[in-house]
Every structure is written in C-alpha cells, then in structure tokens.
Design a protein around this ligand. Structure first.
Ligand SMILES: Cc1cc2nc3c(=O)[nH]c(=O)nc-3n(C[C@H](O)[C@H](O)[C@H](O)COP(=O)(O)O)c2cc1C
Length: 178
C-alpha cells in the first residue's frame, strides 16, 4: 500500500513528528511505501472560496497544493499529523485540508483509508474532544475509512512525548496496517 503522511507542525523534530516517525517505522516493517509531505514547510495558501473549481476542477491558485493534490489522489492511505492548537488542528494543516475543496468530489469517491495523529500539551479530560469531533466529521463527509487515531495528550515537548505511552501506540498502529 502507498501511504502519504501529511505532516502539519512547524516543528520539524517536534512531538507530532516523533509520533509520526514511530507510525512510519511500524508501517515500513510491513513493507508499505511511505511518502511524507510537510505542509508547514511548503507554500500552501488558504482557500479563497472563489468557487472557480466547483469542488471538482482546477484551483486558480498555483502553489505547492498541486503536488499535495496529486499525492493525495495517488496514495491509498492519508495520515494527518498535527499539534493541537487551541483545541483544533494547526492552521498549516487546516489550509491544506480546505484546499481539498477543489477535488472533493474526486477524493471522496475514492474511499481512502486515513489515520490521525495529534500531539497536545494538556492531559486533562476533554483536551482532544473538539479535534476528535472534527476528524470524525471529515471522515464522514469525505467517505474516508478510518484506520485509527493517536490522540497523544501530555505530549507537550519531544522529551514528554518520548516518555509517553503514545510512542508505542503510534508504532503499533503503524504495524497494524495491512
Ligand atoms: C499556538 C499553539 C496553541 C496550542 N494549543 C494547545 C491546546 O489547545 N491544548 C494543548 O494541550 N496544547 C496546546 N498547545 C501545545 C502543543 O499542542 C504541544 O506543545 C505539542 O506538543 C506541539 O507539537 P509539535 O512539537 O509537533 O508542534 C499549543 C501550542 C501552540 C504553539
């Protein structure tokens, strides 16, 4: 299977990166092919809402989203990776998700497999509730098939993350993918 990891943190070696890497280690042991696309270090402008695409056509903006669009359509599975920012996904990842608008029809008809990895500082109850609901709404709307989520609370820094049980959970999620 071809797996695309869409990495949404500005920290190149941060908490969500460490978790995504463990996930990748697991999937590579089963010989899946992995591509990483780091949205925070590419130029992906927000959707203009111009509706030129009609949700099923070319986007009038010419930036790195053209490559991510090709990658999303070409891979069997998409893994969304993000830090938790004010109970939601990072703005960098949100911009990329909003730009799916121009190929929503095509992408949603493909029933892609997806997974979700999110790192947060807090570990109090409810920390991940809003972001979990958002991901679930996206699954439903885009006809994605969820393979699993790592909602990594108490992972505010790389050292907190390395000591957390979520490293092993991310690796096991990767290993579980057939
Ligand atoms: C702008 C911003 C907003 C944040 N909002 C939250 C939040 O709502 N809840 C939380 O637990 N942590 C929050 N954090 C902490 C990060 O989610 C946390 O440090 C995470 O480990 C960062 O992951 P990264 O290293 O992969 O970027 C926030 C951090 C920033 C910079």
């Amino acid at each position: 299977m071809k797996i695309l990891v869409v990495y949404g943190s500005p920290h190149q070696k941060g908490s969500s990166y460490l978790l995504a890497n463990e996930f990748i280690k697991g999937v590579q042991e089963n010989h899946h092919e992995v591509t990483v696309f780091d949205v925070a270090h590419h130029h992906i402008a927000p959707c203009l809402g111009c509706d030129h695409c009609g949700m099923n056509g070319p986007c009038i903006q010419n930036d790195d989203m053209s490559q991510l669009r090709k990658d999303m359509l070409d891979h069997d599975m998409i893994v969304f990776v993000t830090p938790l920012y004010y109970f939601g996904i990072s703005a960098q990842l949100k911009a990329a998700i909003d730009r799916i608008y121009s190929f929503t029809m095509e992408l949603s008809s493909m029933h892609k497999k997806t997974a979700f990895i999110c790192a947060a500082w807090n570990s109090s109850q409810g920390t991940m509730d809003a972001v979990k609901m958002h991901y679930e709404a996206l699954l439903d709307y885009m006809h994605f098939q969820d393979v699993g989520s790592i909602l990594a609370t108490g992972c505010g820094t790389p050292s907190m993350t390395l000591r957390s049980p979520f490293m092993e959970k991310a690796y096991q999620l990767g290993k579980s993918i057939q």
